[in-house]
Design a binder for this molecule. Structure first.
Ligand code: FCB
Length: 429
């Protein structure tokens, strides 16, 4: 590995955020209410102003662009666009126009996510994604976006359907804090349908835009020594979290309704967004999953999320996506929560090496978005995990460029990992 690592021409180099985690004051959505209940957020913090990115997006984009990035992934806050069931807030529609214009002015190719974990409170009170009949509200939201934002070229429909469904309806770490395998399956089905709805609406009004789902791929490894358990447990977990999405994109069938005639999901992704963070192992009791471990046994170096940095898993996720779906791929999230910025540099390099390996193995990978542009609100973990390339002092909202952001910028500007960087951060350790 003493040679430089070159990426394909026109490769996109970006970083990602989501609206709720950075904008601040999104007080009309489910997460805001969830946070007010003691015990729901580990640190007891509230999201509040977050990074005040709602007001500071323009200078933040300026910073990212000056750091060599040429793309950016962000999301729209549904509860701003539709504060109530029957209301469209035109000021907020205008706000996101300005956001997209600012991206353009800073030469950042915008990837815009329709839904990144939060829903308006009024939607939540109607039963949210648990009820299929509520999908008509989501369809209306998508239609508003489709009609209003022809300037968006790249859309992401739903961020991580599998994570959204499991956090909200299985492990109860997110609103509506349900803990039922039945609710989980029902919500998964409806969220996947929501993806198809978003695709159809966006395509209808802007046939030229490019649309993709964003899938998080935990890499399941075995916890059990027993041969039967080993095979069964990993297969079960992988089927539920990963294979279901791959199958539905391939066949068009919404999983869990095997007899459904309508191929809801046929041709509903022009590209696939791959998010990768961790490996995972399920622990079962009496045949039911009771816990999910996200670290390797004996790994002494865990991230602030308690995760092992498991780089090989990214290659596996990319190749699996490529081999089953044969679509262009963007890595829409890959990142590390740590206070050790040198580790972040190593992490980025290691991940990019896996990306290059997958490209060499034939995958059509067109861009990489580091998670995250800014330190931000990490859901039930509060502000503690620091994923950002840019640090935030939350008491002053001052931005601090980390060295990792500069290193990432060097790679982005040259479209390659120069030999010196590999030698400095990987070969020396
Ligand atoms: C992903 C989420 C993102 C962020 C990272 C750490 O699952 O999409 O919002 O929380 O994890």
């Amino acid at each position: 590995m003493s040679r430089e690592i070159v990426f394909p021409e026109d490769f996109l180099w970006g970083s990602a955020v989501s609206s709720y985690q950075t904008e601040g004051m999104n007080s009309n959505c489910d997460w805001w209410e969830f946070e007010q209940v003691p015990g729901n957020i580990k640190s007891g913090e509230r999201c509040g102003l977050a990074c005040n990115h709602y007001n500071l997006y323009d200078s933040d984009y300026e910073l990212l662009s000056s750091l060599g990035q040429n793309a950016h992934r962000t999301s729209i806050e549904w509860s701003r666009i539709m504060p109530t069931e029957n209301e469209i807030d035109n000021d907020e529609i205008e706000h996101y126009h300005k956001v997209f214009e600012s991206l353009k002015n800073h030469n950042l190719e915008g990837f815009v996510t329709v839904h990144h974990f939060t829903v308006p409170l009024w939607f939540e009170k109607k039963g949210g994604f648990l009820k299929a009949k509520n999908l008509k509200y989501f369809a209306k939201y998508c239609e508003i976006l489709a009609k209003n934002y022809p300037e968006v070229q790249f859309w992401n429909t739903i961020n991580e359907p599998n994570v959204l469904a499991s956090m909200s309806f299985l492990s109860a770490e997110a609103p509506p804090k349900k803990n039922s395998i039945f609710a989980f399956f029902r919500a998964t089905r409806n969220i996947l349908k929501a993806h198809a709805i978003a695709y159809q609406k966006l395509k209808k009004f802007n046939p030229k835009c490019s649309i993709g789902i964003v899938k998080n791929f935990p890499y399941f490894i075995q916890k059990y020594e027993n041969r039967f358990m080993k095979k069964w447990v990993a297969t079960f977990a992988d089927n539920v979290f990963n294979q279901v999405t791959i199958n539905m994109l391939k066949t068009g069938n919404v999983p869990l309704i095997p007899l459904a005639r309508k191929k809801w999901l046929r041709d509903t992704s022009d590209f696939i967004g791959v998010n990768f963070y961790n490996m995972a192992r399920f622990i079962f009791k009496l045949g039911f999953p009771v816990d999910m471990l996200l670290s390797l046994p004996d790994d002494e170096r865990l991230t602030q999320m308690g995760w092992s940095a498991y780089h090989k898993g990214l290659y596996e996720a990319l190749m699996r996506t490529h081999n089953s779906l044969r679509k262009p791929i963007y890595i829409t999230e890959s990142g590390i929560g740590t206070l050790d910025d040198n580790w972040r540099k190593e992490y980025i390099l290691e991940q990019l090496i896996e990306v290059k390996r997958a490209i060499q193995s034939g995958a059509d990978i067109r861009g990489y978005f580091y998670w995250s542009s800014l330190d931000n609100w990490e859901w039930a973990e509060g502000f503690e995990p620091r994923f950002g390339l840019i640090g935030i002092d939350y008491s002053t909202q001052k931005r601090k460029i980390k060295d990792s952001a500069k290193m990432y910028g060097t790679i982005a500007k040259q479209n390659k990992i120069p030999k010196e960087l590999l030698e400095k951060y990987l070969l020396s350790s």
